[in-house]
Write a protein that binds this ligand. Structure first.
Ligand code: FES
Length: 75
């Protein structure tokens, strides 16, 4: 299947896998801290729910729209 994969912060041109490594190396566990350090998520903000899922699950690739599904299931 050729559907798109969400695996990067487009605005910062950083892959989630690289951001995940950075988090491990710098003991970061929140999106806010990543934003403070200018690593990701300070542009359009579309990656924020995916970064949150990454921090929670360790996954670095998602289906488009998966963050919305997660939200509605976790209520
Ligand atoms: S894709 Fe991450 S801020 Fe725009």
């Amino acid at each position: 299947m050729s559907s798109a994969t969400v695996d990067k912060c487009i605005c910062h041109r950083r892959k989630f896998s690289d951001i995940n490594k950075y988090c491990h190396n710098h003991d970061i566990s929140t999106v806010e801290k990543l934003q403070d350090e200018g690593i990701c998520s300070t542009g359009c903000g579309l990656c924020i729910p995916y970064i949150r899922m990454m921090l929670k699950t360790g996954r670095t690739a998602f289906k488009p729209g998966e963050s919305f599904k997660e939200k509605s299931e976790s209520t």
